[in-house]
Design a protein around this ligand. Sequence first.
Ligand SMILES: *Cc1c(COP(=O)(O)O)cnc(C)c1O
Length: 354
Amino acid sequence: MTFIEQWLRSDIKNIDAYHVPVSKDMIKLDAMESPFGVPEDLKVEFLKCIEQSEVNRYPEADPSLLKDTLRSLMDIPDEFGILLGNGSDELIQLLALACSKDDLIMSFEPSFVMYELVSKYVNLEYFGVQLDSNFDINLSDALSTIEREKPKIIFIAYPNNPTGNCFDYDAIIEIIKSTNSMVILDEAYYAYSDKSFLSEISNFPNLLVLRTISKIGFAGLRLGLLIGDQETIAQLNKLRLPYNINALTQTSANFLLQDKQRIINNAQIIIEERRRLAHELSLFSKFKVYPSQTNFILVHSEDAYPLHTALKENGILIKGFPKDSKLSDFIRISVSEPVENNILIDAIRNYYGS
Ligand SMILES: *Cc1c(COP(=O)(O)O)cnc(C)c1O
């Protein structure tokens, strides 16, 4: 046995490292990134901002300017508190850190994998309640699981990743009302969805909303936010590492997120492309295309695995799922700008010889 093998917590040995595929020079349709980079007309001014940032100094510890920028971008009422994270992943971890050692974290399956992974990292129990055949919440299953397992935290991705749908709103309200658990509505895709729980925060002390700028054009900045009642946010803020939002992220986000109208317009382009791409995909007889409130589309096909491989060989990266998972016959495609979406459609036509 090597030193690390005998030293390491035994459950960590059994965790598979989070896998990120190599994507250099590929058309990247696997990770829900935005195709829109820094706009040409802003580049000079953007560089000036970067140039002026003092990287020899620690960044502002509690960046109120950045919070104001996010408030205005996402229409977050002043009465709610905001906790910033190095990506929303860090905030999922922070919430898990607030748990005691015998606590359990609950979510739904299939959903965002980080809820379970983070639970494992911090050595907490995790329970995933299966979604029904339409990928919606089975409310009686959820309520009985909550009653039995008494989760400390319930993560609900809204809309859900990787399925793309919003669960039934009233079912979620029932869940929030039924429990003393902290319920986290993860709205990573809020910009592509017409529904949100933001305004419900004032109605329920056990509701927090999680958001990120990753899916609206700024994945590289690593910035997420947890929104909730001021007192709740102030208590959770004690668990945040000082200076978790680095100086270049603060400078960049403060500058780039001012451009609210363009960010909204870009989301609108993606929503329109989502409609078009979903239609194009539905024309392939081997595909079942699922409705989406996000910037990706879930597709069922018995050809999922070979198609994923064939596209990769053609320089297009989409998301496939492990062969042993319930999603092995699915692919998840990020919606991009028209040129890339057309390349994808052509490649699929080629694959089917049509
Ligand atoms: C992409 C995604 C995140 C991760 O966001 P980061 O801010 O990039 O860490 C969180 N939740 C869901 C549901 C996601 O799909």
